[in-house]
Each structure stands twice: as structure tokens, then as C-alpha cells.
Design a protein around this ligand. Structure first.
Ligand SMILES: *Cc1c(COP(=O)(O)O)cnc(C)c1O
Length: 237
């Protein structure tokens, strides 16, 4: 029996890409990149979305991601770590991912740099900023961004691409927009001081259109592509 809650991958992809294209046209900007968030999803589900044309996938847990990355090696997929990274997993993250979006402390800069294999392209990194979520321990403070950016730039095996945020999920969308706007201001300040800063990762299934309107260049979308996640698997990152 097919699972009725699972959308057909190519129509689910189209249903997300269409509003991304529409807002780009409306704002007269390049379309935001789509990162498909595949936490809790099987290798088969990822493969089906890849067959439909999706290239970039985001995972929250290093250990959960490794078998999928391994099984789908050779298909040209790009893997992003978007969950909290423990220092003792920096080694695995640096070896197996293409991007780490959750870099939020100096200790990770040195650990990721040290473990990126010689000969591999530089690891793309985003600094995760805790923009407004007082309940979250993850993400650096806005004032910590300049020092972290400087530390990253000093490491040839890392490539600083920009910023990532997970704003608090306020029911009031104007409060989310405030957070998106504050991130965009930080992003512009970072661009003014560093070359090659091209990625502002913010916006999820519920709020990716306002996030793009406020300046996101990459959106991270799970449930709108794959269907709702079972509630019990959404533990703390
Ligand atoms: C789960 C997750 C997403 C995607 O959330 P959806 O609401 O399913 O689109 C995006 N970013 C991060 C960091 C996540 O953990």
C-alpha cells in the first residue's frame, strides 16, 4: 500500500520551486536556492527527490546522515549539516559534508579546519546566529560574528559563505520578519568586510516566502517536500 501522506516527489518539488520562482520574479532577484531537509527521511526518499532534480540536502545529525551520504555517493548530491554540531563529531562532519551551516563557536573553526581532508575542496561554512530565540542554546550572538568570520578566513580548508539562522517560531509572522530583517542587516555588514559572502540561509516550510522577501538566498525545507514528520522524531538538535 502506498503511504497516502507522502506527496509525489516531483510534484512536491514543483510546489515548492514555483513560489520560490514567483517571489524572485516579483522582487527582481535571483531565485533562492532550495535545500531539501532530509532528517528522519530514508535513503529511498532522498533518492526519489534527487531523481526529481533536487541536488542539495540538509541533515541535522551527523550519525543519521552518514549512511545516506554513503549510499548515494556518486550521484553528485551536496550535503549540508544544519543541526547542532558537537566538537567530537567535527571530524566526521569535515570529512563527509560539503557545507556546515551550524558553525557557532571558535572551537569548531579549528576542529573543522584540522579534519578537512587534504585534497578536498574547502568546506563551505555558514555562521549560525541566534537572532532572537532566547530558549535556544545554539547559534552565536550577533556580536560574535566578526571574530568568527575572521577566524574562518584564516583557515585555508574552510570557505566562509555567509550566515544561517533559525528564528523563534513566533505565531506572529511580523515578529519572524523582524528576525529575518535583522539577519539581513548582519549579512550585509559581513559582505561589506569579506569577499565571497553569498549565502543567507533562513526560512523553512512555513515561512520561506517572507524569508526570501527579507533577503534569504537559501531556504531549508523539509515537511513541504517530504510530508509531515512524525512528532516524536523532532528532538532537540
Ligand atoms: C527541520 C529543519 C528545517 C526544515 O523544517 P520544515 O519545517 O520541515 O521545513 C530547516 N532547518 C533546520 C535547522 C531544521 O532543523
Amino acid at each position: 500500500m502506498p503511504e497516502p501522506s507522502l506527496p509525489d516527489p516531483s510534484s512536491a518539488l514543483g510546489a515548492v520551486l514555483l513560489p520560490i520562482e514567483n517571489v524572485a520574479t516579483r522582487m527582481n532577484r535571483p531565485a533562492a536556492r532550495l535545500l531539501a531537509v532530509s532528517k528522519t527521511r530514508s535513503t529511498g526518499e532522498v533518492a526519489a527527490l534527487a531523481d526529481a532534480g533536487q541536488q542539495a540536502f540538509g541533515e541535522n545529525y551527523v550519525q543519521e546522515a552518514l549512511p545516506k551520504i554513503e549510499a548515494l555517493r556518486g550521484r553528485g548530491l551536496e550535503w549540508h549539516l544544519i543541526g547542532h554540531l558537537q566538537s567530537n563529531k567535527a571530524d566526521l562532519a569535515a570529512r563527509h559534508f560539503d557545507w556546515v551551516q551550524s558553525l557557532d563557536r571558535a572551537k569548531l573553526v579549528t576542529a573543522l579546519a584540522r579534519h578537512r581532508p587534504a585534497g578536498a575542496p574547502p568546506l563551505n561554512v555558514l555562521v549560525q546566529v541566534n537572532i532572537d530565540d532566547e530558549t535556544s542554546k545554539h547559534g552565536c550572538l550577533p556580536g560574535d560574528v566578526p571574530a568568527l568570520a575572521k577566524a574562518i578566513e584564516a583557515e585555508p580548508s574552510l570557505r566562509l559563505r555567509g550566515l544561517m539562522a533559525i528564528p523563534a517560531p513566533h505565531a506572529d509572522m511580523t515578529r519572524r520578519r523582524d528576525a529575518f530583517r535583522a539577519m539581513h542587516a548582519l549579512f550585509e555588514a559581513l559582505q561589506a568586510g569579506h569577499a565571497g559572502i553569498d549565502t543567507l540561509s533562513m526560512g523553512m516550510s512555513e515561512d520561506f516566502v517572507p524569508a526570501i522577501e527579507e533577503g534569504a538566498t537559501m531556504v531549508r525545507i523539509g515537511s513541504a517536500l517530504f510530508g509531515a514528520r512524525p512528532a516524536k522524531t523532532e528532538g532537540p538538535a
